[in-house]
Ligand binder design. Structure first.
Ligand code: SAM
Length: 400
């Protein structure tokens, strides 16, 4: 770990949009679960009045140092060196429910820009990637001991890396020769395993994202804090989630497990950077192209904000949805009845037409057989008896 973190700046993502949904009342109690360098926190403090309170949480010691600085400047703010999935402890300390919780997940610019943290596949550094370098094992340590199958699973599950098996095999071959300890060593190795890949995207992008999510237990933490937020947010608070990628992790961990309908009148938003997640029954999706370069935002930016006014999942919203469903069903039924009548009329007309055609057909058959018999007599008379049809001036007049 380096001590250079303070020199790097972090540009907060979608500041205006986040504040719109995070802030609801000037005297409220707010939590910034991913303080970073406090870009969102500082902007929120500007909107709070003297009674408002904000607690920032971060597990990165360099972010905590930046938070301590802010706390010394503003008495309404406190920094907690912890993981955001310890949310209930923070709430217990403050003793009041949260009016808005913001989770801006992913790696911060200072973490990415500091090669010593090992997050970047473009800068050479130790292969670490821990948000809190004092806890747990680094990516290098994990890659040295993990099964080939486990490595492939992590790359596929958290990075949507379709060539995960090939990369895992290559990693296991390489580590027999020498330990994999550097970021560029791993990035080059991945490129040698799968080639250059998609234009404009480094072939190691997906793998680095997957390894970071895995080594920091990011999805478990996210799932837990979302569960906890149901208990700790003020009743009727609305929640706002920003998810700048729509890969498997956010869908699985966030939407299906945590965004449960009926949770305290919650209002959920999912914001996609590239592909807006489609709206669900209990959340809305929309896209936002602002913010950092994609390489810097490979994991979800996830925000939870409270409005204190109830939201989409509140009773009026349910009623609106039900009314809409009833109207749509009524329209569908009326259209079906109309269509059924039209088809019955059509079928009767066709039957009448069929009867008329059948009678015309019998008539034609009769005429055909009549004409057929005249022609046959003529032919027999000509062939067997040598007779021929008289010309008009050869008529024989027979008189009795
Ligand atoms: C994208 S940055 C947040 C930037 C911040 N919104 C700002 O404006 O400066 C994400 C931060 O979350 C922190 N973080 C990631 N996982 C965490 C966890 N489980 N608990 C606490 N902090 C976490 C990281 O250390 C990083 O500083």
């Amino acid at each position: 770990m380096t001590d250079k973190g303070a020199q790097y700046e972090h540009q907060p993502v979608m500041l205006e949009e986040v504040l719109d949904m995070w802030f609801s009342r000037g005297d409220g109690f707010y939590v910034d679960g991913t303080f970073g360098r406090g870009g969102h926190s500082r902007a929120l403090l500007e909107k709070l009045d003297a009674q408002g309170r904000l607690a920032g949480i971060d597990r990165d010691p360099q972010a905590v140092a930046a938070g301590e600085q802010l706390a010394s400047e503003d008495g309404r703010f406190q920094i907690v060196a912890s993981r955001f999935d310890c949310l209930p402890d923070v709430v217990d300390q403050v003793g009041r429910p949260i009016d808005g919780l913001l989770l801006d997940l992913g790696v911060s610019s200072p973490q990415l820009d500091d090669a010593g943290r090992g997050f970047s596949f473009l800068r050479d550094g130790p292969l670490d990637m821990r948000m809190d370098p004092t806890q747990g094992e680094s990516v290098a340590q994990w890659l040295a001991r993990a099964d080939e199958q486990d490595i492939a699973n992590v790359l596929y599950r958290y990075g949507d890396e379709r060539k995960s098996r090939r990369i895992a095999r290559r990693i296991c071959e390489e580590r027999k020769e020498q330990p994999i300890t550097r970021t560029l060593q791993l990035a080059d190795l991945i490129e040698s395993a799968i080639g250059r890949g998609e234009p404009g995207k480094h072939p190691a992008t997906r793998s680095f994202q997957a390894l970071r999510i895995h080594i920091n237990g990011e999805l478990d933490a996210l799932t837990q804090v979302l569960e906890q937020s149901l208990e700790t947010l003020a009743i009727g608070a609305s929640r706002h989630y920003q998810l700048p990628f729509s890969g498997r992790p956010d869908r699985e961990a966030v939407y299906s497990r945590s965004l449960r309908p009926g949770s305290q009148g919650a209002r959920w938003f999912a914001v996609g950077r590239r592909n807006a997640p489609a709206a669900g029954a209990d959340w809305q999706g929309y896209s936002c192209q602002q913010g950092r370069a994609e390489s810097e935002c490979s994991l979800a930016q996830c925000g939870v904000a409270g409005s204190g006014e109830g939201g989409l999942m509140s009773v009026p919203w349910l009623i609106r949805t039900l009314v809409m469903l009833v109207v749509i069903s009524a329209l569908a039924v009326s259209y079906s009845v109309h269509e059924a009548r039209r088809l019955t009329d059509e079928s009767q007309k066709l039957k009448q037409q069929q009867t008329r055609l059948e009678s015309q057909w019998s008539q034609l058959l009769l005429e055909h057989s009549t004409w057929g018999s005249y022609a046959r007599v003529e032919r027999l008379a000509r062939e067997k008896l040598g007779m021929k049809l008289p010309k008009t001036d050869e008529r024989v007049l027979i008189r009795p």
